[in-house]
Design a protein around this ligand. Structure first.
Ligand SMILES: *[C@@H]1O[C@H](CO)[C@@H](O)[C@H](O)[C@H]1NC(C)=O
Ligand SMILES: *[C@@H]1O[C@H](CO)[C@@H](O)[C@H](O)[C@H]1NC(C)=O
Length: 330
């Protein structure tokens, strides 16, 4: 046992040391290292359908999501069905953010009586060194899922859909799912005991978060620019901020299947809202989900479910402070 532990420890240290070294040398993504390595695996595309017949036109998926899992944890759910699956959208370089989450609110052993699964979602990097480092990280922690699409800001929707697909395929007995980002602090006690309430009957067709009733931004300089030809309507359906939303696990399959016939939008939270509207599921507003930054104070953070823009260092500090002051009243 001790040798196994120390071996894992050494592996971890080596992995982080190489991560830090790697991040400390800046280099263009088109360096020769990237070109010399093995070509990316080909994704298995859905078979071409004959579109000349009417029935084929109607059933052919608009958005077939024909990607392979490059890294997967297909058995993570098998023996012990979780109450909650947490899907965290992340990018390759965020090694320290993933580690901070593992060591704080994302620790799967936080609740002794409740099974929680934490999974980090990634696409394929165009930089093969980063892909290899994530592969090594995955062999240590077994909490990473990667599909064979190019990981980029514009492909965030694919990342979310991969998470939905994973739950639908490998974990559809789970009770609830949360999708969040790597710079979010989650107050797990509030999420689990105040919102989801394990002792009560699990909900179905349930979706909640910070609900936004917005309109498309047509200014091309905006991060949230939406071209008129992609989304012509003047209003978005109500959608939950992608910084953190929670739903009953049955919704994962419903959204994934709906997405196959729904034109992709690069804004993942808007897109999930579009799928929910098609499904007739109305997201519930919950003011515990904060999609902006909020200065730390013990009593304030005790009332929230999520807080945005938290660095890995802050994540540790907040976690340590809240854990050590459990006995204090507000
Ligand atoms: C598609 O179906 C039509 C009508 O059945 C047939 O004539 C045509 O050859 C088919 N095309 C292909 C590529 O299979
Ligand atoms: C998204 O992923 C697909 C599949 O890998 C790729 O063809 C496309 O270029 C990516 N889009 C962006 C904007 O990176």
């Amino acid at each position: 046992m001790p040798s196994k532990v120390s071996c894992l420890y050494v592996l971890t240290v080596v992995c982080w040391a190489s991560a830090l070294w790697y991040l400390s040398i800046s280099r263009p993504t088109t360096s020769f290292v990237g070109q010399l390595t093995a070509p990316a695996r080909k994704a298995v595309k859905a078979p071409k359908t004959n579109t000349t017949t009417f029935s084929n036109i109607r059933t052919r998926p608009l958005n077939p999501h024909g990607f392979d899992f490059i890294i997967n944890e297909p058995k993570k759910c098998e023996t012990n069905v979780p109450f909650l699956v947490i899907l965290i959208s992340t990018t390759h370089k965020e090694f320290d953010a993933r580690q901070a989450i593992r060591e704080t609110w994302g620790d799967e052993s936080t609740f002794s009586d409740l099974r929680i699964i934490t999974l980090f979602l990634l696409g394929r990097s165009t930089d093969s060194v980063l892909n290899q480092m994530v592969e090594q990280e995955s062999q240590i922690f077994h909490d990473i899922v990667v599909e064979d699409f190019v990981d980029s800001y514009h492909n965030l929707t694919l990342k979310t859909l991969m998470g939905m697909r994973w739950v639908a395929t490998f974990c559809n007995q789970a009770k609830y799912v949360m999708k969040t980002d790597s710079d979010i602090f989650v107050n797990m006690d509030n999420l689990v005991y105040k919102l989801l309430k394990p002792a009560t009957k699990p909900r179905r067709r349930y979706f909640t978060g910070y609900v936004i009733n917005g309109s498309p931004i047509r200014d091309m300089r905006s991060k949230w620019y939406m071209p008129r030809d992609l989304y012509p309507e003047s209003k978005y359906p109500p959608f939950c901020s992608g910084t953190g939303y929670v739903f009953s696990a049955d919704v994962a399959e419903l959204i994934y299947k709906t997405s196959l016939h729904t034109r992709l939008l690069h804004l993942e939270d808007v897109y999930v809202g579009v799928c929910l509207r098609k499904l007739g599921i109305h997201p519930y507003q919950n003011s515990g989900f904060n999609h902006w930054k909020m200065a730390y104070s013990l009593c304030r953070y005790r009332r929230v479910i999520t807080v945005h823009q938290i660095s890995p260092e802050e994540m540790h500090r907040i976690w340590n402070d809240m854990s050590s002051k459990k006995h204090l009243k507000c």
